[in-house]
Design a protein around this ligand. Structure first.
Ligand code: SF4
Length: 285
């Protein structure tokens, strides 16, 4: 049978392949795998199994072994932005110029129902913390300032009484700058239209830490799948800046028991930015 296979040196490539095929058919082999490696290379497993993922993982389907860095180390790093062009359209603009531009913005349907564009407020130079919510509510839309309603009062109390800072020491803004009707969650296309403002704001502000208040803010910044209940308290990242996802103050108004987790997350933020809370004794000392 080997005699049927011509010497390769006498053949050009098509001839060689033809001869090889005939040889395999003669041997009764009808199909040959194209490659011994799968087309999709699964994510590499860590050299050392993380303590939080015990050896039981070895018995799981392969797909589940493709753990994200966040699941392994408690932090997810997106070195590159999700959309590298995202803030490009406002490159070169300062905060005030961009805010002026946003006042007349009609890039998404939210412009139709707004009274005021709620751009952002607070410290404009390297604030230690930027709080990002999802969108303005009725009070914010009327006044033109973020977090001024009941949820805003809760956030303000967390900043002043919890962190020991003033509102003007931090920066506060939202993913979308115009109020979604009925305070609904911003639709993905609305968030996408508006995030270039947010990304440019953050580029200019260069905060130490970003606090993502609620799932829409986390999604806009980090795009990490999973609800806020699962993600809260775990460090994520936006272009190298650490992001702490936590509950939105409006959620805390409906679920006061979650305030404990919220406070825990803020304490982690305080530690990250080097804030030491000065708690006054009862006699004011
Ligand atoms: S929500 Fe943002 S993108 Fe939409 S109209 Fe308002 S400023 Fe423009």
């Amino acid at each position: 049978m080997a005699g049927d296979f011509q010497e390769p040196a006498q053949l050009d490539l098509p001839g060689l392949l033809d001869a090889l095929k005939q040889h395999l058919v003669a041997m009764g082999i009808e199909g040959v795998p194209r490659s011994t490696t799968p087309e999709m290379t699964p994510a590499a497993e860590p050299d050392t199994a993380p303590e939080t993922e015990p050896a039981a993982a070895a018995g799981r389907p392969h797909k589940e072994l493709a753990l994200s860095a966040g699941e392994i180390f408690g932090a997810v790093v997106h070195d590159e932005p999700k959309d590298s062009e995202a803030s490009g359209e406002y490159a070169g603009l300062g905060l005030d110029e961009m805010e002026k531009l946003a006042q007349g913005c009609r890039k998404c349907r939210l412009c139709e129902g707004r009274n005021k564009v709620v751009f952002g407020t607070g410290c404009k130079t390297n604030p230690p913390i930027v709080f990002v919510g999802e969108g303005p509510g009725a009070d914010e839309d009327r006044i033109g300032e973020p977090f001024v309603g009941k949820a805003g009062a809760l956030l303000t109390a967390a900043i002043t009484k919890g962190l020991g800072l003033r509102r003007e020491d931090v920066y506060i803004c939202n993913v979308v700058k115009c109020r979604p009707p009925g305070n609904r969650t911003p639709a993905p296309d609305e968030a996408k239209a508006c995030t270039p403002y947010l990304f440019r704001q953050l580029e200019l502000l260069q905060p130490k830490v970003i606090v993502a208040l609620g799932s829409p803010a986390q999604m806009a910044l980090c795009g990490e799948p999973g609800g806020i209940t699962r993600l809260r308290g775990k460090w994520l990242s936006w272009r190298g800046v650490r992001v702490m996802p936590t509950f939105h103050p409006a959620y805390l108004l409906r679920n006061p028991a979650a305030k404990r987790d919220f406070w825990e997350d803020l304490q982690a933020v305080m530690a990250e930015v080097g804030l030491v809370r000065k708690v006054k004794s009862e006699d004011g000392a």
